[in-house]
Design a binder for this molecule. Sequence first.
Ligand code: ADP
Ligand code: MG
Length: 379
Amino acid sequence: MTAPVAAGARAWAAPGRVNLIGEHTDYNDGFVLPIALPQRTVATVEPLSGEPLSGEPRWVVTSAGHPDTMVVTVADLRPGGVTGWAAYVAGVIWALREAGVDVPAARLSIESDVPMGAGLSSSAALECAVLSALCDLAGTDLPIAQRPAIAQRAENIYVGVPCGIMDQTASIRCQAGHALFLDCRSGQVEQVPFDPASAGLALLVIDSRTPHQHTENEYAQRRAACEAAAAALGVPALRDVDDLDAALARLDDDVTRRRVRHVVTENERVLSTVEALRAGDWPAVGRLFTASHASMRDDYEITVPTVDLAVEVALRAGALGARMTGGGFGGCVLALVAETAVETVRSAVAEAYAAAGYASPTSFEARASAGAHRLASVP
Ligand code: ADP
Ligand code: MG
């Protein structure tokens, strides 16, 4: 059943994302290469009139599947003012106002098919759908290039999650049929054609269904190790290490050396993947994926047995390459697979999981989809 739509309502879709390669490079000022997923969050906004609280705007927010209706007032627009899922929405309103956008009072309805907490960035999809819809409602000409940082501030400061800039940039700036080559230092983006189907291939996303554990602590430790190493090497960030061997020779602790080696080689792998994609060299892309996984497993130590098993089995079943994607300690695995081998890979991983006593993995084929856009009609 659809409710009557008020005049001035509009709907914006913003996608989840998956990172093809470039893990833990973002906070080292490095490179990442995400694609937007077909799964997306839709924010429908309509101007809210009548009974404003003491003349101030307010925002009435609902999300399908969440029973509560949240009301956000101006008094709530301080970090921590709203908690729970609605914090992502309140955070965007707060960050937009901080950026000088006069956000009109509105009713917001959220719907999404991005799996939550699977590492596919339902949080950025939510922020970016809300941000895009509210910018449209406000009639602001806030440049696209500045929007991801505003959504990121909402998550970093208002919600209190220390994420990098990739997720929001991907959700806003990706284009269908392309991967987004993002330089996390400058914010510069380049669209790189990504259409595995044109070569008879598929990008399989396998959810290991492993709950992330101790992630915050591990993330903070990795970040601190990178910052300490950059300081010891006298560079602003590990992105600036030009001569890896010379840098490794200057570090005396084995763990730090391996952390540095991951970041420096992972940045190189992103650049090589961009080149391989431009050249249509899919076997090279596959090899880079697999090398990236080995680096995350052995040097950065952010994989877990479930994801290692999915990668190993996918490769054995014929994948051109496979790797964990996302921050680690669970989440999803990407496998680049011939269309004809998709079912073989899927069932091989499912069987291996069953044999190991792991929860049955889910998977889907990802197509590189469009970033945030206005829908022609309101759902
Ligand atoms: P991920 O971004 O990997 O999916 P996060 O933990 O960063 O995982 O974000 C998930 C959280 O974002 C959810 O727990 C919820 O609070 C919020 N969220 C995401 N999408 C929605 C939605 N459609 N409706 C309500 N809350 C959402
Ligand atoms: Mg998230």
